[in-house]
Ligand binder design. Structure first.
Ligand code: HEM
Length: 399
C-alpha cells in the first residue's frame, strides 16, 4: 500500500474561494504542486485526487480504473452517495461489457443527427418560457422560470414523462444529487422515483408511444427495474446539469461585459462560447470517481488496486499546459479539449443534447433581452456547493 502522511491530505470536498467560478484553491494548488494528491473523505477514508488534464484522461480511459461501486475501495463522497451507487446501480456505475449493453440501447437517441433534428422544437420551448418570463414585470428568477424548465420539458418529451409531474421528480432528484442527503433520504427518493417510472412503464406497455421509456419497455429483454433505472438516470442527469449550466453561464456573461458584448456582436461565436463556458465553469464539481482494480501509475504516483480516485474535471479544464490563460473566460478560444463531459467509455451520453439546449438558450437570451442584468447585488447570490452539480440557487434578473 502507498503510505500517505495524514498532513498531506486535502479534505474533500474542499471549500471554494473568492471567485465563484473557480475550483477550490486547494485543488488548484494541487494542480501546480502535487498533481496526484491524497484526499481525506467524509468518513476518514482516503482517495487520490487527480488534477492534471493528461492524468484525468489517462485514468478515465484506462480499464484498470473501475466505475463500479461494488468493487472494494470505491470512494464514496457521502453515505447517501454510497446508497445510490451500490443498490441497483444504473449503467453510469457499471463497467463494460455490462455498461455497454445498456448504453447501446440509448446511443441512437443522442447521436448528433437525431439531436439536431430537435432544434426547432427546442427553440420553440426556449421562446415559450422566455415569453412567459417576460410577460410580467421584472425581476424574475432565471433559474426557476427559464434555466430549469427548458431542459426539464425537453427530457420529459424525449422520455415520454408528463411534464405536469415536474415538481414531484425535481424535488426527489435534488435529494439524489445533494451530498448531505442521508442514505435513508436517498433510498426513499430513489424508490419513489423508480415506482413512479415503473407505473408509467406499465401504462406504456398497454398504450405504447414513440418515446424512450415506451421503446425500452417494448424491447422485452429488460426488467421493469432496469427500465426504471435507465430512465431515472436520464431524467436526473438530463435536467439538473443543463439547468445549472444555463444559469451559471448567464451569470458569468453578465459579470464579464466584454465577453457578453463579443457574443452579442457575433452570434456565430455561440457554439465555441458554449464549449468555453463548459470548460470555465466545469459544473460537475465532485469530479468523476473510480477505483483501481489493478495497480497503475498515474503522473508518477503508484495507485494500488483497491484505492479510490477522484478525477477533478474542473482543474483539468484549467490546466495551463492545455489552455492558455486558463482562468480567463474567452468566448473566442478553441476549448474543445475540455473534459467537462468526462472522457472514455462513460463520457456524457447526453452531450449533444446539452450543447443544443445551451446554444439555443444562451443565444436566445442574449438576442431577445439586450438589457438583461442582475436584479440583486452579486454578493447576495447563493451557490450550490453541497451538490454533485454546481450552480446558483436563484438568479434574479431584470431586462
Ligand atoms: C451541461 C450538461 C451536462 C454535463 C456537464 C454533464 C456531465 C457528465 C459527466 C462528467 C459524465 C461522466 C460521468 C462519469 O464518467 O462518471 C456524464 C455522464 C452521463 N450523462 Fe451527462 N452531463 C450533462 C448533460 C446531460 C444530459 C442532458 C443528459 C441526458 C439527456 C446526460 C446524461 C448522461 C448519462 C446517461 C451519463 C452516463 C454515461 C455512461 O455512463 O456511459 N447528461 N455527464
Amino acid at each position: 500500500m502507498t503510505t500517505v502522511e495524514p498532513i498531506d491530505a486535502i479534505t474533500f470536498p474542499a471549500a471554494r474561494g473568492g471567485c465563484p467560478f473557480a475550483p477550490p484553491p486547494a485543488y488548484q494548488e494541487a494542480l501546480e504542486q502535487r498533481p496526484v494528491t491524497p484526499v481525506s473523505l467524509w468518513d476518514g477514508s482516503r482517495a487520490w485526487l487527480v488534477t492534471r488534464h493528461e492524468d484525468v484522461r489517462a485514468v478515465m480511459g484506462d480499464r484498470r480504473f473501475s466505475a463500479d461501486a461494488r468493487n472494494a475501495g470505491f470512494p464514496f463522497l457521502s453515505d447517501g452517495r454510497r446508497e445510490l451507487a451500490v443498490e441497483n446501480p444504473s449503467f453510469i456505475r457499471m463497467d463494460d461489457p455490462e455498461h455497454a449493453r445498456f448504453r447501446r440501447m440509448l446511443t441512437g437517441d443522442f447521436i448528433i443527427k437525431r439531436v439536431e433534428a430537435l432544434r426547432p422544437e427546442v427553440q420553440r420551448i426556449v421562446d415559450g418560457f422566455l415569453d412567459e418570463m417576460t410577460a410580467h414585470h421584472p425581476p424574475a428568477d432565471l433559474v426557476a422560470e427559464f434555466a430549469l424548465p427548458v431542459p426539464s420539458l425537453v427530457i420529459c418529451m424525449l422520455l415520454g414523462v408528463p411534464y405536469e409531474d415536474h415538481d414531484y421528480f425535481q424535488e426527489r432528484s435534488r435529494i439524489l444529487l445533494r451530498n448531505h442527503s442521508t442514505a435513508e433520504q436517498v433510498r426513499r427518493a430513489r424508490d419513489e422515483l423508480s415506482g413512479y417510472i415503473e407505473e408509467l412503464a406499465e401504462r406504456k406497455a398497454n398504450e405504447p408511444d414513440e418515446r424512450i421509456i415506451s421503446r425500452l419497455v417494448a424491447r422485452g429483454d429488460l426488467t421493469r427495474a432496469e427500465v426504471a433505472g435507465m430512465s431515472l438516470l436520464l431524467l436526473v442527469a438530463g435536467h439538473e446539469t443543463t439547468a445549472n449550466m444555463t444559469a451559471l453561464s448567464t451569470l458569468a456573461l453578465l459579470r464579464d461585459p466584454v465577453q457578453l458584448a463579443r457574443l452579442r456582436e457575433d452570434p456565430t461565436l455561440i457554439k465555441g462560447a458554449v464549449e468555453e463556458l463548459l470548460r470555465f465553469l466545469s459544473i460537475v464539481q465532485s469530479g468523476t470517481v473510480r477505483v483501481a482494480v489493478e495497480t497503475a501509475e498515474v503522473g508518477g504516483t503508484t495507485i494500488e488496486a483497491g484505492e479510490g480516485v477522484v478525477c477533478m474535471l474542473s482543474t483539468a479544464n484549467r490546466d495551463g499546459s492545455v489552455f492558455a490563460s486558463p482562468d480567463e473566460l474567452d468566448v473566442g478560444r478553441d476549448a474543445r479539449r475540455h473534459v467537462a463531459f468526462g472522457f472514455g467509455v462513460h463520457q456524457c451520453l447526453g452531450q449533444p443534447l446539452a450543447r443544443l439546449e445551451l446554444q439555443i438558450a444562451l443565444e436566445t437570451l442574449i438576442r431577445r433581452l439586450p438589457g438583461l442584468r442582475l436584479a440583486v447585488p452579486v454578493e447576495q447570490l447563493r451557490y450550490r456547493t453541497d451538490t454533485v452539480v454546481y450552480g446558483v440557487e436563484e438568479l434574479p434578473v431584470a431586462w
